[in-house]
Write a new protein. Sequence first.
Length: 502
Amino acid sequence: MFNHLLSLLIWLPIVGAIPVLLAGSGRPNTARWISLLVAVLTFVLSLFLLTQYNAADSSKQLGESYLWIASLGVHYGLAVDGISVALILLTTFVGILVIVGAWEVIQNKPHQYMAAMLVLEGLMIGVFCATDALLFYVFFEAMLIPMFILIGIWGGPRRVYATLKFFIYTFLGSIFMLVGLIYLYLKAGSFDLATLAALPLSMQEQTWLFFAFLAAFAVKVPMVPVHTWLPDAHVEAPTGGSVVLAAVMLKIGGYGFLRFSLPIVPDAADAYAWLVIGLSLIAVVYIGYVALVQDDMKKLVAYSSVAHMGFVTLGIFIAFMLVRGTGNADAAKLGMQGAMVQMISHGFVSGAMFSCIGVLYDRLHSRQIKDYGGVINVMPWFGFFYVLFAMANSGLPGTSGFVGEFQVILASFQANPWIALFAAFTLIIGAAYTLWMVKRVLWGEVTNPHVAEMKDINGREAFVLIAFAAAVVALGVWPQPLIHLMDSSVSQLVQQLGNHKI
């Protein structure tokens, strides 16, 4: 079992989707219970993975490798490091909550909805485990299919437009990565990521490959200016789709930078770090102002996701500036750690925010801020969770939203105080747009008679919000276990930043 643990994690939810589909629309509760059982078993397996992983060892662990396409020498290669393990735990944790959250909400073909969620979960885990570039690409692209279905079938009135925009943006970016991978394969004779990382490349080759990878991963993060698909996708997606998209799928862009841009094209990544840092600061500051003027709650949180993910790319590429510019490896490690913690934290906070918006939408069928007001008078328990997650979204100390951003700002200050100043400015803007939304939704008198009739959260909704709240507070108060889990892997990444290929 130990030898096939990663394969089990990937294929259990994918194969588990089959009996969910076979349950059919005539037995919706059976489909729901089977999907929940599969999601819980996958989460338990991820906890077992955590016990088997040695955090003190920076090398890839629990590896599996089987010849997949013999004529090309392509392997079905899997292995994990601390960063992969943390992201797999996030994926399986969110997987349970989206199924519970959709239990009563999805009435139209619930068996197909649950099956699509399980397949998506398995494919995302596959991305975090793959050590073969072609296998990574297959999982990376295959994720589009269930998300396309989730938005296209259970989405809002403009779901067709949103799905097409989502698919075109992400697929087009991925084509550039595929061209880059084919070039590397022809040069190295292998798709193995470790082999590609050791492959000598000229600066011109690295530059072309860097921008090929940037095209794919910048869309997935998403970074300015290729971020415009995200608000549309979020607004039209069902609540579970928005939660998975924000909590896990966006992290795959940041993860791609770690696995491809840093080790394979380090010199080009260093040369163009200023570009990524500049785009990250634009996301942090400008997109924050864009969020400030939104009148749709989902769109506001979607733009805030772009701003918060800007900290991830900022922390990763600030590390380049520190290692190669000042030689300050400790500060580089701090920035990289901050980026990784921010990825996990954003998964909890954004997932929680979209879940809260889903609770409101299920009652009033509106996401417009102006349609609410005084909600806390009729939904006090909901108001408690909404305020907690809003504080985390604003980066309040004691919540997970503070830890990663603080680490990235500290590292940025040691690279360039002006970068740190712009990065820290997001704490002000983030508080502005988040608290402005909370004020208009929760506080004041109830003026809408439909709001007066709203009921407080039920047991199912409470379970989802309590789980997110526990994760947000635990990571905010005691981030050390997560930092320890990823510490050796981050240290090895920082060490790789100093490697030159020319």
